[in-house]
Design a protein around this ligand. Structure first.
Ligand SMILES: NC(=O)c1ccc[n+]([C@@H]2O[C@H](COP(=O)([O-])OP(=O)(O)OC[C@H]3O[C@@H](n4cnc5c(N)ncnc54)[C@H](OP(=O)(O)O)[C@@H]3O)[C@@H](O)[C@H]2O)c1
Length: 298
């Protein structure tokens, strides 16, 4: 059996859907049964409940699992959550653990300068030291993070980010899910890292142009300071530690400035890279504010 954790979240639910699309059985670990949505009705999907921070709850999830994809959110508990899960998986006899991590597309990005990338590096060292055969998936920024800008796009027609002329190479979660499915369902990926980005290195002005095309009205990019954006995030209700962590991330990105595209994993697994314009057009109703993004669409 293959287990996917974080199955109520953005990448986890997309991976589970990819299994269902292929008719391949998969077990989906969710922490909150109330949020399962349509996941439980997908063909071949077995939903189990458990908390990765409470190993005593994981027995039903881990029983008979040969390979697992470990995903949890980027919040302050990332390190503890995933190290606890590594131990539980090892004890339960999992033979191969695929870690969902990240890699910024910015050339020279220092993972130590952002809380969640720093935690991912620590978790990877812990996983390697555990002796469990591992694989790492390292996607760049998700295209879906631009949904968080919808209130500004709708309210002011502006994309406000503290990035100057910095380029990013965001990737559609759908692409990551296809690559993850291939890695989880074929052999020979142990001790391998798969980095991946979207197909274009884009300034935020490029992103705004593509959003304008998709929504059918002008969206302008306004480069703001990191402090201004931090205020925006706080006003939008981000908890202060999250707003501060994001400010760190954007400062590191704008300090360095240039992203490279890495489509090696797309090519290896035959996945067609999704361009930002296609992603934006497909999600035009969300970017217009006419519908909301949901990881559990009905
Ligand atoms: N955002 C990006 O652009 C980006 C890029 C590359 C990599 N990443 C990485 O991608 C990962 C996913 O990030 P995300 O923001 O997309 O996450 P997300 O949508 O919040 O998904 C994370 C999922 O993990 C679950 N989870 C957290 N703690 C758990 C626990 N103790 N037990 C069981 N389940 C637990 C959450 O459950 P609940 O639904 O119950 O909260 C949630 O469903 C992160 O590790 C992040 O660093 C993100």
């Amino acid at each position: 059996m293959i287990l996917v954790t974080g199955a109520n979240g953005r990448p986890g639910s997309a991976v589970v859907r990819e299994f269902a699309r292929h008719g391949h059985p998969v077990r989906a670990l969710v922490r909150d049964p109330a949020k399962v949505g349509d996941l439980a009705n997908l063909p071949g999907v077995e939903v189990v409940h458990g908390d990765m921070l409470r190993p005593e709850t994981l027995q039903p999830a881990l029983a008979g699992v040969r390979r697992a994809l470990m995903i949890s959110g980027a919040g302050p508990q990332l390190l503890e959550t995933q190290c606890t899960f590594v131990d539980a998986a090892h004890r339960a006899g999992v033979e191969h653990l695929v870690k969902f991590s990240g890699k910024d597309s910015i050339e020279g990005f220092d993972p130590e300068r952002f809380r969640s990338t720093r935690s991912h590096e620590q978790i990877l060292r812990y996983l390697v030291a555990s002796g469990l055969p591992w694989t790492v998936l390292r996607p760049s920024q998700f295209m879906e993070v631009y949904f968080e800008e919808v209130p500004d796009l709708v309210g002011t027609g502006e994309l406000r980010l503290p990035l100057g002329d910095t380029t990013l190479a965001p990737i559609a979660i759908e692409d990551i899910a296809k690559i993850a499915y291939a890695v989880l369902t074929t052999d020979g990926h142990e001790y391998t890292t798969y980095s991946m980005t979207g197909p274009e290195s884009l300034t935020m002005a490029d992103v705004a142009d593509r959003l304008s095309d998709a929504v059918g009205r002008p969206i302008r990019y306004r480069s703001v300071t990191s402090a201004e954006k931090q205020q925006d995030w706080l006003k939008a209700g981000y908890p202060p530690p999250r707003a501060a962590a994001f400010a760190q991330l954007f400062e590191e990105r704008s300090r360095l400035g240039h992203s490279t595209v890495d489509l090696g994993a797309h090519r290896q697994f035959g996945v067609e890279p999704t361009p930002f314009l296609e992603f934006a057009r497909r999600n035009a109703a969300i970017f217009r504010g006419e519908s909301t993004y949901s990881v559990t669409p009905v």
